[in-house]
Ligand binder design. Structure first.
Ligand SMILES: Nc1ncnc2c1ncn2[C@@H]1O[C@H](COP(=O)(O)OP(=O)(O)OP(=O)(O)O)[C@@H](O)[C@H]1O
Ligand SMILES: [Mg+2]
Length: 251
């Protein structure tokens, strides 16, 4: 195995008396596509916040591309090649789709001049996403599914080495979810960008990732091959009580 691109060691986050993330270790290597699942409130988003510098962990270390970035600001993570989307999309709604991507490219250009340049222009990124025809449309006027794609485009504009996706398929139709999942695969396959993907649509996610980590009450309870993880008794138990639980985790 090559050196990990991103390494979380014993990461905990406490909000007052609540431990939202509890001693989580995670290594992600270049070009890996890793899913993170877990019931509502398991700590998935909070853990992502620590991986991107949005939130400083109460305990533990974050190492990105060999550098210890624990406690550093989000732009330092971005400069090291970490890009992310948010559970609630954050695009500039009044700006055309193309300008959203252009803004990201220009901002990232200052941060990461020497990063891979396969995706150096707005047209290429919009074309990759299937949004070429939408270049002039204000982001807020795009369908929810296209806004999600645009958000991925904005993240790609930062020329990441690793892309963190927080429920980019939430609220989409079955067809849109599959299309989004295929796009995520292409990000990894065609751009060689590692992806860490949180999703509630567990069954879809399991079909597209090679590895999945499960969070439950802040702790990582499984990490490995999706089929093996879906059969693990502690994972099945964690999902009991969730709506449609056993079917949802069956790959
Ligand atoms: N800023 C905060 N202050 C206090 N508690 C918080 C804060 N952010 C999250 N929490 C709590 O931390 C726990 C983990 O929340 P988090 O949003 O990380 O879960 P999640 O796995 O992303 O859930 P979901 O599947 O609903 O998105 C929850 O109990 C949540 O209420
Ligand atoms: Mg969340």
């Amino acid at each position: 195995m090559p050196e990990a691109l991103l390494s979380a060691r014993g990461v905990s986050v406490r909000f007052g008396g609540l431990t939202a993330v509890n001693g989580v270790d995670l290594d992600v290597h270049p070009g890996e596509l890793v899913g993170i699942i877990g019931p509502n409130g398991a700590g998935k988003t909070t853990f992502f916040h620590t991986l991107s510098g949005v939130l400083k962990p109460t305990e533990g270390r974050l190492v990105v591309a060999g550098d210890d970035l624990t406690g550093r600001a989000p732009y330092v993570y971005a400069a090291h090649g970490v890009a992310r989307t948010f559970q609630t999309p954050r695009v500039f709604r009044d700006m055309p789709a193309a300008d959203n991507v252009r803004f990201a490219l220009e901002f990232a250009g200052r941060l990461r001049r020497h990063a891979h340049d396969a995706f150096d222009d707005v047209e290429t990124i919009l074309g990759f996403l299937g949004l070429a025809e939408m270049a002039a449309v204000p982001a807020g006027a795009l369908t929810p599914a296209r806004q999600r794609l645009l958000e991925i485009g904005v993240a790609l504009g930062a020329r990441p080495r690793v892309l963190l996706l927080d429920e980019v398929a939430a609220g989409l139709t079955h067809t849109e979810v599959d299309a989004t999942a295929q796009l995520i695969r292409r990000v990894r396959d065609e751009l060689g960008v590692a992806v860490i993907w949180i999703e509630h649509a567990v069954r879809v996610l399991m079909n597209y990732v090679e590895r999945v980590a499960v969070l439950h009450q802040g702790a990582k309870i499984a990490d490995g091959d999706p089929r093996a993880v879906a059969r693990a008794p502690e994972v099945i138990e964690a999902y009991l009580g969730e709506d449609g639980a056993p079917e949802r985790i069956a790959a």
